[in-house]
Design a protein around this ligand. Structure first.
Ligand code: CO
Length: 140
């Protein structure tokens, strides 16, 4: 089940300039940077109450984000919803005819599992589902 909007991702050609924009000009709290080798991306995170903005940039100029920037230019890249059962959601949505970019979830940032719904299944919007594997213990 989807539980919250985890982040909104923006593809940027110049990561340092974009970090300065969100941190210094817009005043968002910069949470740090992480390279996600499996997705060939360098990511930067900003906290917004209840969710995050994620900047994504091609790692070593390669990979799907490089292709996106070349084809469509900088801009909104995907929405990501947190799920408490990524495999269950994949099965449920696949049964309704949704297509995914991979046959199974793959490692994402912060030790999570992620999978992407094909934009053709969702009015042109790329939707990521993520499940955190190291959940903090739920408050009683
Ligand atoms: Co994402």
């Amino acid at each position: 089940m989807l539980v919250r909007l985890d982040h909104i991702a923006v593809a940027v050609p110049d990561l340092s300039a974009a970090i300065r924009r969100f941190q210094e000009d817009l005043g968002l709290h910069f949470e740090g940077q992480e390279d996600v080798a499996a997705a060939q991306t360098r990511t930067a995170f900003f906290a917004v109450p209840g969710t995050h903005i994620e900047l994504i940039h091609p790692l070593d100029g390669q990979g799907p984000v490089a292709g996106f920037l070349e084809k469509r230019g900088p801009g909104l890249h995907h929405l990501c919803f947190e799920t408490d059962d990524i495999h269950g959601d994949m099965q449920r949505l696949a049964a309704k005819g949704y297509r995914f970019l991979s046959a199974a979830p793959t490692p994402g940032a912060h030790g999570s599992l992620v999978v992407f719904i094909h934009p053709k299944s969702a009015d042109g919007v790329l939707i990521e589902l993520t499940q955190r594997l190291s959940q903090p213990p739920a408050a009683e």
